[in-house]
Write a protein that binds this ligand. Structure first.
Ligand SMILES: [Fe+2]
Length: 165
């Protein structure tokens, strides 16, 4: 299934179709990436091994909980705009731009590097989403992605701090 562009539902919201259609496509793209990254951080939470097990186990769980919150906010913005959220794991897998994790990964540092790479990619697309929302005068969607980008930048800092010093 590709990303839907047609608005599926009627709404009384005060935004024209020419704003809502590109925002629905953008929101479903970011939803796919968010849900995919959520599952990858859980994969890290479950499979990480080594002397830093507990701190990484807890960090990955915290980052996953944050991503699930973003997914909910992004999906509900799509529905608030009169669209349908494409929110199942299979929909996310089909549409995600995030690189898949190697199945055999267990090393803590390898997981931190992999997560830092992916949070950097996700933060970049989230920042680009701010500009795309501003381009069609949807300040509310821009604000949502501004908040998410700020938090994702902080998550990246938490991850990269393990690789520095
Ligand atoms: Fe757990």
């Amino acid at each position: 299934m590709s990303l839907a562009t047609a608005m599926e539902l009627e709404t009384r919201i005060d935004l024209p179709l020419c704003t809502r259609e590109p925002m629905l496509k953008l929101l479903n793209q970011q939803l796919a990436d968010t849900f995919d990254l959520f599952s990858q951080v859980k994969q890290a939470h479950w499979n990480v091994k080594g002397m830093k097990f507990m701190s990484l186990h807890l960090l990955f769980d915290k980052l996953a909980a944050n991503l699930l919150r973003y997914a909910d906010d992004i999906a509900e913005r799509a529905t608030a705009l009169g669209g349908l959220a494409q929110g199942t794991a299979r929909m996310a897998a089909e549409n995600s731009n995030i690189e898949e994790l190697p199945f055999e990964m267990t090393d803590g540092k390898a997981f931190v590097v992999a997560m830092a790479d992916r949070f950097a990619t996700y933060g970049a697309s989230s920042r680009a989403a701010i500009n795309q929302a501003e381009d069609v005068n949807d300040a509310v969607t821009a604000d949502l992605f501004t908040e998410i980008t700020r938090e994702v930048n902080k998550s990246l800092y938490f991850l990269e701090s393990h690789l520095q010093g």
